[in-house]
Design a protein around this ligand. Structure first.
Ligand code: ADP
Ligand code: MG
Length: 262
């Protein structure tokens, strides 16, 4: 038995919405410490899959195992407590609040069950909050180059920076496993390069395992250690980037658009 070789194992996962099979008997194994990319056309089931991991959706069938523990039926906050954190395809920040408050609240939302315990948290000792702020300043804001804008309202920031705040929020609970759902969507080339650099640093310096959903094939081929391809709710291929570049299904799906740089 290869104990602990895989951080995350998904067995036979199925999820349907009425007649739509969003996930159709999907198996995935994510090795520890790698960038694992999930690609495929819109509607392939990528977000549904990560929603099953973070428990926003409940699969009808299958098992999800994280670090050897079955997490299929855990509530969302317990999954977060296991060390799994994520960003969202559509930015879900509190736009009127500052960068720092969003990140602090994100840490809290990831780790507790709801808004009420959020209020209790804010009532906690000042010292604890100062310690948290010091950690966020040192590790998260500094790392992502957000220190100088930490007191600005999120709404005043360009889109690329907002995506970075979302990433900071996902990093703030000190996760071991990070899920990024299209972190570069809507970004310009320079912002994408920045995000790519940060993802690689999160893997190489912080040692996190990363499950990445991304459409930009140049990015995917550059930073992934392993790629799985989904279409119509099924995993249709997987392998390293070199193998996936030559895979007929991948070429058929992506030929003509995302493979071209730019
Ligand atoms: N909450 C939902 N209710 C109904 N259908 C959904 C819901 N979420 C996803 N789906 C359907 O499941 C399929 C997969 O969607 P999704 O996981 O968002 O794909 P992707 O992220 O690969 O674009 C699509 O047909 C989508 O319409
Ligand atoms: Mg999606």
């Amino acid at each position: 038995m290869e104990i602990a070789q895989y951080d995350l194992e998904i067995h036979n996962l199925s999820l349907s919405f009425g007649g739509v099979m969003a996930l159709n008997h999907v198996d995935l194994k994510v090795k520890k410490g790698i960038v694992f990319s999930l690609i495929g056309p819109n509607g392939a089931g990528k977000t549904s899959l990560v929603n099953c991991i973070s428990k926003f959706y409940v699969p009808q069938e299958g098992r999800i195992i994280y670090k050897g523990r079955v997490i299929t039926n855990l509530p969302p906050y317990e999954v977060a407590s296991c060390g799994i954190s994520r960003t969202f395809q559509n930015i879900e920040l509190f736009k009127g609040m500052t960068v720092l408050d969003n990140i602090k609240l994100g840490r809290h939302i990831n780790l507790r069950s709801g808004p009420l315990s959020g209020l209790i948290y804010w009532g906690k000792a000042k010292r604890e909050e100062e310690e948290l702020e010091a950690f966020l300043d040192r590790e998260v804001l500094g790392f992502l180059g957000l220190t100088s804008i930490k007191n600005r309202a999120v709404a005043t920031l360009p889109y690329g920076l907002q995506k970075r705040v979302d990433l900071a929020r996902a990093l703030s609970p000190k996760p071991d496993f990070l899920i990024l759902d299209e972190p570069m969507a809507g970004m310009n080339r320079e912002e994408r390069q920045d995000m790519m650099k940060h993802i690689l640093e999160i893997k190489n310096i912080w040692g996190l395992t990363i499950l990445l959903i991304e459409h930009d094939m140049e990015v995917v081929m550059n930073i992934s250690d392993w790629i799985a391809v989904m279409n119509f709710g099924q995993k249709i291929a997987e392998g390293d980037p070199e193998a996936m570049k030559k895979n007929p299904e991948v070429i058929r799906i992506y030929l003509g658009h995302s493979f071209n740089p730019g």
